[in-house]
Ligand binder design. Structure first.
Ligand code: ADP
Length: 463
């Protein structure tokens, strides 16, 4: 899972939950407000109905008193009660009436109107009046009962909505808690733990444990980081292995000239008489050669380091390519006594604008390889020629050769063909450096080889 997906899913989930909860609360609040308003109206109406009953009774009592003794105060009280009754009728018509109570209300209204109509005359007929009062009371009681029943129902609905709101709130809180716990668990599983593992692997690697690798788990991004770290660690381990190999190889290669030096110097110990002049000269020449060989090996190593660091600097001058080839062959002739070194040069000078030290380094490598990878007695031929605007210097041998598949990889860093790696020590950097030098001159190195029959490496440079 990607970090983006996790964040989007959590946000969407929280937003949906918040939206649902808010809509639920808004709906229940609206519903409750409506029901409470309805209850409030019913309570007001119940109060006014009971007051109306009181006014009706007052009106009846004062009417009876007026009938007995026509005193002005009784007339005033009766008229006030009558006005209250009329006012209630006016008010009641303004009140909202539910569908259920509409017929009951109309009946009560009719009964009061009839009552008021029969009591407009100053004198009343006592027998008829009692029936009207009873009917009016009965109608008002029915209205009261209907409204109270409605109030009870409204109250029940409010209770239900309240219960529902409580359930919704608890559910929302539960879902929110579950969501947060789920998000925390996912974060811990997919982010926190993998991050800690990567951190631990980096710490272990930093502390020197080069086989430390990060577990590849969690979010895609963290898995990619772990994979990148593991690849980097593996590449560094490989590089380290190669560097150790180079060191071992250099030490091995240096041991031979150093052993030769030691042996020669042993013959010149101060406690022994000096050998004849001729022998002495030969020994000094050998010392010079071995010292030069050590020097060349170290210079090659430094060059490789320079090329790797992108610091290859050419000091160009025009030289005869024949001279360069001759110098290299002559350099190897005294040591490669087991091989036949041949040199084929054109009669005319072959001018070449190049850095002679670097080109000699390339030729040294090609000739050294030809000797290294040929059996004793094998011929090594160096041929200089001018081909159009190019100068070519070919080094041929009749050695182990290189399989077709391996030829493609010869110039890769650290590559060694399996067919020849057992034949002689090496680190697979010489051809890589040689090609870099040739390319820096605008040239190239071509290879033709047959496994078991020999190889030809041709350096081609613009003249
Ligand atoms: P090194 O000789 O130190 O291994 P190089 O870069 O000079 O490194 O050569 C790379 C590889 O190419 C060698 O290890 C060997 O396998 C192959 N190679 C180079 N020259 C020859 C040759 N003349 N004959 C056979 N194989 C060769």
């Amino acid at each position: 899972m990607k970090l983006k997906t996790l964040a989007a899913a959590s946000t969407a989930w929280l937003a949906a939950l918040a939206l649902l909860t808010a809509s639920g609360f808004t709906l229940s609040a609206t519903y409750m407000t409506r029901e409470v308003t309805c209850l409030f109206n019913i309570v007001r109406e119940v109060r006014s109905i009971t007051q109306l009953e009181v006014h009706l009774l007052s009106h009846e009592r004062e009417s009876a008193r007026v009938a007995l003794a026509h005193l002005p105060e009784h007339v005033g009280a009766r008229d006030a009660a009558r006005r209250e009754l009329s006012r209630w009728l006016e008010d009641a018509r303004e009140q909202p009436v539910t569908a259920e109570s509409a017929s009951v209300f109309e009946e009560a209204e009719r009964e009061i109107e009839r009552y008021l109509a029969t009591h407009t005359q100053e004198h009343r007929q006592a027998g008829a009046s009692h029936d009207e009062v009873d009917r009016t009371f009965a109608a008002l009681e029915r209205l009261l009962a209907t409204r109270l029943a409605e109030a009870r129902i409204a109250r029940q609905r409010v209770d239900e909505v309240h219960r529902l709101s409580e359930i919704v709130s608890l559910g929302a809180a539960g879902m929110l808690l579950a969501g947060v716990l789920l998000a925390l668990w996912q974060l811990r599983r997919c982010v926190y733990r993998p991050l800690l593992s990567i951190r631990a692997a980096i710490d272990r690697y930093g502390a020197g444990s080069h086989d430390a690798r990060a577990p590849q788990g969690g979010l895609d991004e963290l898995r990619e980081i772990a994979v990148a770290f593991n690849e980097m660690a593996a590449a560094l381990a490989e590089q380290r292995k190669r560097q150790l190999g180079i060191l071992a190889s250099v030490a091995h290669d240096l041991r031979n000239p150093l052993a030769a030096l030691k042996l020669t110097v042993d013959g010149l110990r101060p406690d022994r008489p000096l050998p004849h002049e001729e022998r002495l000269r030969s020994m000094l020449t050998r010392i010079g050669k071995e010292a030069a060989r050590c020097d060349r090996m170290l210079t090659d190593l430094m060059d490789i380091a320079r090329i790797e660091g992108g610091e290859l600097e050419l000091r160009r001058e025009t030289r005869d390519a024949r001279e360069l080839a001759r110098d290299v062959v002559e350099l190897y002739r005294p040591t490669a006594t087991a091989h036949e070194l041949g040199l084929s040069l054109p009669d005319e000078p072959v001018p070449l604008c190049c850095d002679p030290i670097r080109i000699e380094q390339v030729l040294n490598n090609l000739v050294a390889n030809a000797i290294k990878y040929s059996p004793a007695g094998g011929a090594v031929q160096v041929t200089v020629a001018r081909v159009g605007a190019e100068v070519s210097i070919a080094v041929s041998d009749r050695g182990v050769g290189i399989a077709a598949d391996d030829q493609r990889r010869l110039f890769e860093r650290y590559f060694r063909a399996p067919s020849s790696s057992g034949v002689a020590p090496g680190v697979g950097l010489g051809l890589w450096a040689a090609l870099r030098i040739a390319e820096a001159h605008g040239g190239r190195i071509e290879v033709t080889s047959t496994a078991g029959r020999g190889s030809t490496f041709t350096l081609r440079l613009p003249s």
